[in-house]
Design a protein around this ligand. Structure first.
Ligand SMILES: *[C@@H]1O[C@H](CO)[C@@H](O)[C@H](O)[C@H]1NC(C)=O
Ligand SMILES: *[C@@H]1O[C@H](CO)[C@@H](O)[C@H](O)[C@H]1NC(C)=O
Ligand SMILES: *[C@@H]1O[C@H](CO)[C@@H](O)[C@H](O)[C@H]1NC(C)=O
Length: 305
């Protein structure tokens, strides 16, 4: 099963969510020492149609008619997981709106194409908001350190006074939902539309409280991050049961994650009673996002970013 940064899962699910519990650490995000700086090359040719590889309908006019348009782009954690990619692009879109700049992605190597395909499979509408250029990041554009500390919102308003036509930010990840606050419905509408009948998971209703438990383990073992163990998850499930559900409701826990044997073990050995059901999702990442958006009444995620 695919691994992805689960925070996106919670953010997209958030409308129906009464409680999100996230246990995460902090780390440095980007900066000039980070990756994403490679690939400097040819000069500025934004707007020259030769280099535009994909323009959504939204942008076609603006690029043709307005040579005064201003642009914004950032280093991107292109080689990371889908969740990181979506988060970054959603945040940068939010920042671009504040600054009235056209958000640009420089597609200058294969990793970028892989990232675009990955994101396009899950949330195509988000990419439609971007202008893509088949170019390296222009060499002669000054870059600016922004959002260098992980997960701490930095107000983009402070960039409003910059008048340069191109604004290159050196941050990465942009993991604060505040960058796209107020855009939740818009972002949700960008998700790929997939019918839910085939997901084989229960639907939320006033009679059925669904708690979505996302557990990321696989790659965290390798990099030495804290990994949620069985005891911890069981305590969490108890806590959610006590705090989030109402008497008389059917209580359903749906388990998601990258460690299927672990999830199945949890399901098999859970304390069951007539009112409590457990399901394990075997769906794709995109299907999980779509399901979570429509059905999770409570969300728990155990991943660091
Ligand atoms: C493409 O560029 C990104 C950012 O500089 C880098 O992380 C990635 O490894 C590069 N991919 C290839 C195939 O060179
Ligand atoms: C996204 O996928 C669709 C097909 O589903 C394709 O038409 C479109 O060009 C793709 N967009 C990008 C940016 O790759
Ligand atoms: C991008 O540019 C490269 C080199 O300039 C060219 O070989 C390639 O065909 C271009 N790709 C697209 C999709 O236009």
């Amino acid at each position: 099963m695919n691994v992805y940064s689960v925070f996106v899962f919670a953010v997209l699910a958030i409308s129906s969510v009464s409680g999100i519990i996230n246990l995460g650490g902090g780390k440095k995000c980007g900066g000039n020492g980070g990756y994403g700086n490679g690939g400097y090359g040819s000069g500025i040719v934004i707007g020259s149609s030769r280099n535009i590889i994909y323009i959504s309908k939204r942008h076609e006019k603006r690029v043709e008619e307005d040579s005064h348009s201003k642009y914004i782009y950032s280093n991107l954690a292109v080689s990371k997981h889908l969740g990181n990619n979506i988060f970054e692009l959603a945040s940068l879109l939010g920042i671009s709106r504040v600054l009235h700049r056209i958000p640009v992605i420089f597609v200058y190597n294969q990793t970028y194409n892989e990232m675009l395909n990955r994101v396009n499979n899950s949330i195509p509408g988000l990419l439609d908001q971007y202008l893509f250029l088949n170019e390296s990041i222009p060499r002669d554009v000054k870059s600016l350190d922004f959002n260098i500390k992980c997960c701490i919102f930095e107000n983009p308003n402070k960039l409003l006074s910059i008048n340069d036509r191109f604004l290159h930010l050196t941050g990465l990840y942009y993991q604060s939902f505040k960058y796209f606050s107020g855009m939740q419905n818009e972002l949700k509408s960008y998700l790929r539309k997939i019918p839910e009948q085939s997901f084989r998971l229960p639907s939320s209703s006033s009679k059925n409280h669904i708690s979505c438990i996302h557990i990321r383990r696989g790659d965290f073992f390798k990099v030495g991050f804290h990994v949620a163990d069985e005891r911890f998850i069981r305590k969490t499930i108890k806590l959610i049961r006590r705090k989030e559900t109402h008497p008389g409701q059917q209580i359903t826990f749906v388990l998601f994650g990258d460690d299927l044997p672990f999830l199945k073990h949890l399901q098999k050995t859970a304390d069951k009673d007539q009112k409590t059901n457990y399901f394990v999702s075997k769906n794709s990442v995109t299907e999980d996002l779509v399901y979570a958006m429509n059905n999770c009444d409570s969300v728990f995620i155990s991943g660091e970013f």
